[in-house]
Design a protein around this ligand. Sequence first.
Ligand code: HEM
Length: 466
Amino acid sequence: MAAHMDLVYQFTDATTAPLAQRLLLFILPLMLLPLLLHIASRSPKPPKKKPLPPLPPALPVIGHLLLVGDHPHVSLRDLAAKHSRSGGLMLLRLGAVPNLVVSSPGAARAVMRTHDHVFASRPASTVVDGLVYGSSSVAFAPYGDYWRQARKLVTTHLLTVRKVQAYHVARQEEVRLVIAKIREAATIGAEVDISETMNAFANDIICRAVCGKFFRAEGRNKLFRELNHEEYGITRDHMKAILMDMFEAGTATSSLVLEFAMVELLRNPHLMAKLQAEVRKKMPKGQEMVKEENLAGMVYLRAVVKETLRLHPPVPLLVPHRSMADCDIDGYTIPSGTRVIINSWAICRDPKSWEMAEEFMPERFMDGGSAAGIDFKGNDFQFTPFGAGRRMCPGVNFGLATINIMLANLMYCFDWTLPGAMKKEDINMAEVFGLTVHRKEKLILVPKLHGTSAQPMKPEAGAIKL
Ligand code: HEM
């Protein structure tokens, strides 16, 4: 009994029974544990944050900057193949900025369709600010009221299907001027600088639409005069920025497609012959030039243009997007403010989506072909040369009208060869990367008038600049 009392004493008297105190401290939590566990299991858990997309190993400060070479679309494709799960999402730190790289149709759909409202902004860039009146152009403006008004202005006044059709006379006139100059070159056996000629042509087409017929001669400014900037709640400077944007966005893109189409057709003479046969067959006898109303039945022409856009999308990484809120995709968290690079070039060449992906094969888009139903209208995420969603290119119809009529006429009026002893294997396909990707070397070709056996008047060296 005395021993028992000793024990009780030891537990209760803090000064004289330290062993009992320590035992109590040990046993009490054990006794309370079931109760604590029960309470914890009933209280709401904070949501578990999803992980960031995979990042390749990075260097301090510069992050992944050195991993991106002279051809970012190519290095980003290779990095994504190595580091992202099924090639979809990967995070790169380029300097201080986190960049989400999108490299699969599924991830592109998530960014430009499912979460389009989150990713529809543009990152700020001081370079762009200097160039185009402080990001006030349509292409670089952040998402918001200003962008909405600016986009509405260009679509309603310049780029609707009806407006684009209304310019067909101007387009036909510009095509006629180019064809006349190439005819001159063909007659004297001169070479033609196709790169330069197509660029000037695309620029003149935009000029006619934006500035009116007499812009060059009289400095008049048709659309500037027509547009009431107050109606859109924007300043005159903004209006200038928006219309200048049309030259930037519309010239290089359309002319590059024409140039790459010609390069691919020269590299594949049997396809050029097939296209020429279609265009020449569909034309009424004796007509001097292809007109827009003749284009309707030219299905192979459309397939050639599509295939050119697939292998050579002029804007291979689209224009960067920016997220405006945290967003979960495919089990990853994408933090607000992330810059988004969509590698449309890589997706357009991915063998998982395309049969013989690296081959120029317009037949894939024809009836019965492996990509027969696929289009670039923003619904097929394996093929987005114009982007998709809110930021999709509003100039699709304008660009295609320019490309189709010119390519049809180049095929109808001339036969084409490479200069001198150059063989198709000698064509240099090296590219230079910018916002658009262009060929390192200019495309110089020799035209021969179709349907004439007459020899050129006198062979002449040097390319004609139109
Ligand atoms: C073959 C020709 C063309 C191609 C391949 C092309 C491609 C593109 C691409 C990839 C974008 C960015 C889409 C995105 O960020 O997701 C874009 C934006 C844009 N394009 Fe085009 N484009 C072409 C022709 C044109 C033409 C002819 C015009 C106008 C005359 C034009 C005006 C614009 C504008 C204003 C934007 C900015 C849209 C915005 O940010 O809301 N484009 N284009």
